[in-house]
Design a protein around this ligand. Structure first.
Ligand SMILES: *[C@@H]1O[C@H](CO)[C@@H](O)[C@H](O)[C@H]1NC(C)=O
Ligand SMILES: *[C@@H]1O[C@H](CO)[C@@H](O)[C@H](O)[C@H]1NC(C)=O
Ligand SMILES: *[C@@H]1O[C@H](CO)[C@@H](O)[C@H](O)[C@H]1NC(C)=O
Ligand SMILES: *[C@@H]1O[C@H](CO)[C@@H](O)[C@H](O)[C@H]1NC(C)=O
Ligand SMILES: *[C@@H]1O[C@H](CO)[C@@H](O)[C@H](O)[C@H]1NC(C)=O
Ligand SMILES: *[C@@H]1O[C@H](CO)[C@@H](O)[C@H](O)[C@H]1NC(C)=O
Ligand SMILES: *[C@@H]1O[C@H](CO)[C@@H](O)[C@H](O)[C@H]1NC(C)=O
Ligand SMILES: *[C@@H]1O[C@H](CO)[C@@H](O)[C@H](O)[C@H]1NC(C)=O
Length: 490
């Protein structure tokens, strides 16, 4: 089983060593408007690659190499580590280490400069980290063919290890050290500085948004987002996509959730919107408010049940797979229902005695612990962002010089979400081991009960049945992986 998907949230204490800078490259010229064309792309509504609902990626070309990189609104820098390496690039010899999540996840290497190409966008001189060493936590992404990360965040000092290092060494005129987005925006001063992101949902029978990333334009399917309220970055200049959450309701009732943030308006919270986080992380008490409302759901403290998503604790909520719960997040006075399929993950587990397999559904909202302490109250990653079309606007560009804000358009029909869940899960479960009650499952895993004759034999006999749904094994793996994705923003 794969380890949990870490968030790519960068740790604010990212470090870089800028000592003994050897100036081995020529300072790249300022990019000219010629270098980046912003002609709208014909089909910009399906250009992202969804990796198991855990990472949303895009193929970029950097220094002549095509690299599949994960999109991360929770960080700012671009780093790559393609297996074949890069054909050639200009090496600043500036070393940098970028840290993510709780800080144990890291990448380090040299800051290089090369041409960045994506669709019609070309930046001839773009700084990036050419990674030569990465934490083991990165291995699951490498195994999935994801060999880098593209940060879509801010150049605010402290938010970009690469830009900070370049500016320290080369001065503030070295704009090639800025983020990719900043350089794309700089190449066309007349455009507005925003991106639009839609994330797709795997296996959703009713169909969801195609996954897309657009720059300075909207996905043609979601033009209506232009009329959505502007939700200003809060705290301002946080260096991250942090915004005010009006509240979270469960079954139509707003849950109690005192904010830890001084900047949160009374009765509200502040959350990170982070595509690099796979799931949703909130304080344990608010997570409990969601799952304890579901009949039959059980908390398994310090569980032996393999997690599907990253959590700062070993506590796991086991939930009936067909359970329906109406969770709604409100931003800017608008309601955004969260699809039932995003509230729990389904996977196959083997009993501790290795004799029986079970299908189990586990809560996708997990304990945020202290990882966003003093930065926000929660991490709203892909499990939330699949339910909205989001515009991340830096507030600049064109004639504008304002504060960053986001605009969101709901893409989830709450009235269809439950039947959708039942359709999808019934189809999957037809070829999966049986589900037993969450309470019985928890007892089997905490040693209170033996697996006995419940469940399906863990080996032998029934393999042919699995042919009916070949993707089932990877579904369970996928869920296991997804929790890793969440860390990315710090
Ligand atoms: C610059 O952006 C504007 C507004 O988005 C767009 O109309 C124009 O075509 C862009 N220019 C180039 C050269 O791409
Ligand atoms: C991305 O790159 C990989 C490897 O080169 C290729 O197999 C895949 O088709 C590409 N996908 C897209 C959507 O460009
Ligand atoms: C390295 O920088 C030089 C000088 O600016 C430039 O001519 C060359 O194309 C760059 N090489 C790469 C691989 O970016
Ligand atoms: C960067 O790291 C490499 C490899 O560890 C080392 O050889 C080089 O001296 C370092 N450069 C600086 C400027 O510290
Ligand atoms: C879920 O399935 C169980 C057993 O198959 C059934 O008793 C229960 O009514 C279902 N619950 C919902 C909410 O559909
Ligand atoms: C958060 O702020 C409090 C009060 O200023 C401080 O004591 C604590 O160390 C901070 N936590 C982190 C992780 O920075
Ligand atoms: C196992 O879980 C059950 C159900 O939550 C609980 O009643 C029991 O005390 C737990 N036993 C152990 C040993 O943790
Ligand atoms: C039981 O689960 C294990 C681990 O997921 C798997 O390797 C095995 O093939 C499963 N057996 C059956 C009969 O599904």
């Amino acid at each position: 089983m794969r380890s949990v998907v870490f968030s790519l949230l960068p740790l604010l204490l990212l470090s870089y060593e800028s000592l003994a800078v050897k100036f081995t490259i020529q300072r790249p010229p300022k990019s000219t408007s010629r270098s980046s064309l912003r002609t709208p792309k014909a089909s910009s509504n399906d250009n992202l690659i969804n990796k198991k609902d855990e990472r949303y990626t895009v193929n970029i070309t950097i220094s002549g190499r095509v690299v599949n990189v994960a999109l991360d609104t929770g960080s700012t820098d671009l780093w790559v580590k393609p297996p074949e390496g890069l054909p050639s690039f200009n090496d600043t010899t500036l070393n940098a280490t970028l840290r993510y999540g709780d800080g144990t996840d890291f990448v380090s290497g040299d800051i290089g400069v090369g041409a960045f190409v994506l669709d019609q966008y070309t930046i001839p001189f773009q700084a990036f980290l050419n990674v030569d060493d990465a934490a083991d936590a990165e291995q699951p992404d490498f195994d999935d063919g994801i060999f880098g990360l593209w940060g879509l965040g801010f150049n605010t000092p402290g938010s970009s290890g690469v830009n900070d290092a370049v500016q320290t060494a080369f001065g503030t005129t070295a704009t090639w050290g800025q983020s990719v987005l900043a350089n794309i925006f700089a190449a066309n001063q007349s455009g507005s500085d925003y991106i639009g992101i839609a994330l797709s949902r795997t296996g959703d029978a009713a169909g969801t948004a195609d996954a897309s990333l657009t720059i300075s334009e909207y996905d043609s399917d979601y033009q209506a987002v232009a009329k959505s309220p502007k939700i200003t970055q809060n705290p301002l200049n946080s260096g991250a996509w942090t915004v005010t959450l009006d509240g979270l309701s469960v079954g139509g009732k707003k849950i109690k959730w005192p904010s830890t943030m001084a900047e949160a308006p009374a009765g509200k919270n502040i959350v990170h919107l982070d595509t690099g986080t796979t799931n949703i992380l909130m304080p344990a008490e608010q997570v409990a408010a969601i799952y304890s409302s579901i009949p039959g759901a059980v908390l398994s403290p310090d569980s032996q049940i393999p997690p599907t998503k990253f959590s700062t604790t070993g506590d796991i909520w086991v939930v009936p797979c067909n359970a329906s719960v109406n969770v709604v997040a409100s931003f800017g006075g608008q309601d955004f229902p969260i699809h039932d399929l995003d509230v729990t993950d389904m996977q196959v587990v083997t009993s501790p005695d290795r004799k029986r397999n079970f299908t189990v559904c586990i809560g996708a909202f997990t304990d945020v612990g202290a990882i966003v302490e003093n930065e926000s109250d929660a991490l709203f990653g892909d499990s939330f962002l699949r339910n909205v079309y989001t515009v991340f606007d830096f507030g600049t560009g064109g004639n504008t010089k304002g504060n960053p804000f986001v605009q969101m358009l709901s893409t989830t029909d709450a009235t269809k979400a439950h039947s959708d869940l039942v359709t999808v899960r019934s189809a999957l479960m037809a070829s999966m081991p049986p589900e037993i009650s969450p309470l019985d499952l928890v007892k089997i895993f905490n040693g209170t009960e033996k697996a006995g004759t419940q469940g399906a034999p863990a080996s032998g006999g029934s393999d042919s049945r699995n042919g009916a749904w070949p993707s089932t094994p990877s579904l369970s793996l996928a869920t296991a992986i997804s929790f890793l994705a969440f860390i990315s923003f710090f």
